[in-house]
Design a binder for this molecule. Structure first.
Ligand SMILES: [Zn+2]
Length: 89
């Protein structure tokens, strides 16, 4: 396969398992449910007289490692950096 098709890399947090993906070929992995992280507690705005809820921090998708069962963390591959350094790997 052409390595330029891959947009994501998955790293296991416990073992050396590593996998490249284009984001569409992950049907064989089990996805671990995650929730968005709360960045700030809801606070009361005295001028508007209502509660202001800050937007939550989005998390990347996490999967279960097929080798050891720990979680795979997914990272987006930054292709702009590769073009700047002219690296082909
Ligand atoms: Zn693993």
């Amino acid at each position: 396969m052409n390595p330029e098709e891959f947009n994501y890399v998955l790293h296991c947090s416990a073992c050396p398992y590593k996998r490249f993906s284009n984001g569409m070929d992950l049907d064989d992995l089990i996805q671990v449910k995650t929730v968005d992280l709360q960045k700030q507690i809801p606070r009361y705005d005295p001028l508007m007289k209502k509660t202001v809820v800050a937007p939550n921090k989005k998390r990347t998708k996490m999967f279960r490692c097929p080798k050891c069962g720990f979680t795979l963390k997914s990272f987006k591959i930054n292709k702009e950096t590769d073009e700047q350094t002219n690296r082909t790997d």
